[in-house]
Design a protein around this ligand. Sequence first.
Ligand SMILES: [Ca+2]
Length: 154
Amino acid sequence: MRIRSTATAVLAATAVAVPLLVATPAAAARHQGGLHLGYIQYDSPGRDSSSRSSVNGEWVNIHNNGRSAVQLKGYKLKDNTGYTYTFGSYKIGAGKTVKVRTGKGTNASGVRYWGRGWHVWNNTSDKARLIKPNGSQLDSCSWTTRDNGYKNCH
Ligand SMILES: [Ca+2]
């Protein structure tokens, strides 16, 4: 009898705890899964040209605020026109950022190169999308004015 009443008390405590557990992830829903779009420099500084430095002057940061590393192979970054960058094998650690530059260059830790010869992100209005390998959209971020040429999508 004594054991049973203890079990009942535990069940009652669980019933109270459940709504609290539901409330916490709801507040953090913006960055589901820990991986999200961060800072986007959509307007390369200076006048746009086909030079490597100009094209690489626009970039998108992807940030992992989760507690574990994520393998980005097959993840896609897509603009409004349909231009798509697909990640090769790259592991982004917990709390880390990877920068995807539009132009050509040599991939290194923390930076990936799309390899294009001209800018992709529209300077006045566009929408970046981060898409999982299964095709579902993980995050998106849009801008409608030139402003300072960048957006913090956090
Ligand atoms: Ca641009």
